[in-house]
Design a protein around this ligand. Structure first.
Ligand code: AMP
Length: 415
């Protein structure tokens, strides 16, 4: 079933959203992107004449009630965004009466699902090495099924619009779908958009395809780097991970971040790129700092010859040009991970050069997808989020989707 084809009139819909929004110390929302992202789905249900049960997680309360992570803090903001009063169920597993009382056009939001360990389905307070772990895990999986059935019992249909958690097999993101037949479960609009964006990157590639992978570590990105190697024409590797490559090739990297146990892996990636005819673009120079701070003294040095006591913090001017050249001619672009410590204003130039080149290529007709918390923070910081084709809300979920993995949250609905 698709959300456009479903008539919610007279139905109760339980919708998994990602309202894991950042809050300041007073509980005020500092970025409401995720709430705005879910509005098309929520409004469609209300406009059809349905009743809405909203469920989400917030933060990592680890299966325990913790007021710091209470969704009651955003009840007012969700009401304002929807233009409808939002009722609140302070215990997500004991909301049957409140759900039953809901009338067409009314909205009920459930308390944080992760106040129950059943949501994630991982046994708590027991070590993986413990001989009793397997039994505890099985027991928790059974409890997870029951928890999911309780949530499903509130509604006639289920909508999943939480892409950020689609790679997790949680009660509300996947297990709950077993309680609904194929005609009564569907992806929300945000999910559909995310799935289409990934599809554009994976199956509708216009060449040249340039992928830019950055961030601090190669180890966390290896799955996607290997997968992309079969698809891309240009692969730019940037950010902290590149010093592992420099060291592996015999370079001097001073006190730059480096994964010493991944030197062979770096050489292997370089070899594979060569074998597959992928143009691997690594930086030639970098902006080095004498401490990990925005107050650091800086100098531009060769990426292979960073002086003792200095660390590579951003891409140098020659590298920025190399990166921009590989991006500007592209027709398909994927960016995940910054090119430097962009949180410090002194070290934003590399990420900014990438963002600018992506904007230019997009203006010339390329499809550009930017995903992952830090790259999204970059395009927001540089004010260019609306000048790229698609900004994904997913971090881990996006990477796993692009790695070609079947996401449990999507598979539970689409099979
Ligand atoms: P990740 O979580 O692996 O995607 O990496 C994102 C983080 O990498 C950001 O917080 C950046 O500050 C950091 N980063 C990027 N370049 C460097 C660098 N040269 N040295 C240290 N950290 C970096």
């Amino acid at each position: 079933m698709t959300i456009d084809n479903y008539n919610f009139a007279g139905k109760k819909a339980i919708v998994r959203v990602d309202f894991n929004v950042p809050l300041d110390e007073n509980g005020n929302i500092t970025d409401d992107t995720r709430i705005r992202g879910a509005l098309p789905t929520l409004k469609k249900i209300l406009n059809d004449g349905g009743a809405l049960i909203i469920m989400s997680h917030m933060g990592k309360p680890k299966g325990k009630v913790n007021p710091k992570f209470s969704l009651s803090q955003i009840q007012g903001a969700v009401s304002d965004a929807l233009g409808v009063e939002v009722k609140f169920a302070p215990d997500c597993a004991k909301a049957a009466d409140a759900a039953a009382a809901l009338k067409s056009g009314e909205v009920l939001m459930l308390e944080n699902l992760r106040f129950y360990p059943e949501e994630e389905g991982k046994p708590v307070g027991i070590d993986k090495e413990d001989p009793a772990y397997d039994a505890a895990k099985k027991e928790m999986k059974d409890r997870q099924k029951e928890f999911a059935k309780t949530l499903a019992g509130y509604a006639d249909c289920y909508v999943n619009d939480a892409f950020g958690t689609a790679h997790r097999k949680h009660a509300s993101t996947a297990v709950i779908a077993d309680s609904f037949d194929a005609d009564n479960k569907m992806l929300g609009y945000l999910m559909e958009k995310e799935v289409n964006a990934v599809d554009n990157i994976l199956s509708n590639i216009k060449r040249p395809f340039t992928a830019i992978m950055g961030g601090s570590k190669v180890s966390t990105k290896i799955g996607i780097i290997e997968n992309l190697m079969d698809k891309v024409d240009n692969l730019i590797l940037c950010g902290g991970m590149t010093y592992t490559f420099a060291k592996a090739q015999g370079g001097k990297i001073g006190m730059s971040i480096c994964e010493n146990d991944k030197l062979d892996l770096a050489l292997d990636i370089m070899k594979k790129a060569q074998e597959k005819g992928v143009n691997l673009v690594l930086g030639t120079d970098c902006v080095a700092g004498d401490k990990f701070s925005n107050d650091a003294n800086t100098q531009v040095v060769s990426a292979m010859d960073i002086p003792e006591g200095w660390e590579g913090m951003d891409a140098g001017p020659e590298t920025r040009k190399l990166f921009a050249d590989a991006i500007k001619g592209a027709k398909t672009i994927l960016w995940n991970g910054p090119a430097g410590v962009f949180e410090f204003d002194k070290f934003t130039a590399g990420s900014r050069a990438i963002a600018d080149a992506i904007v230019e290529a997009t203006g010339n007709g390329a499809f550009s997808l930017v995903g992952g918390g830090d790259s999204v923070a970059c395009v927001n910081k540089f004010g260019v989020a609306d000048k790229v084709s698609y900004v994904s809300t997913g971090g881990g979920a996006l990477l796993e989707a692009i790695e070609g993995k079947n996401l449990p949250g999507i598979a539970a609905i689409k099979g």
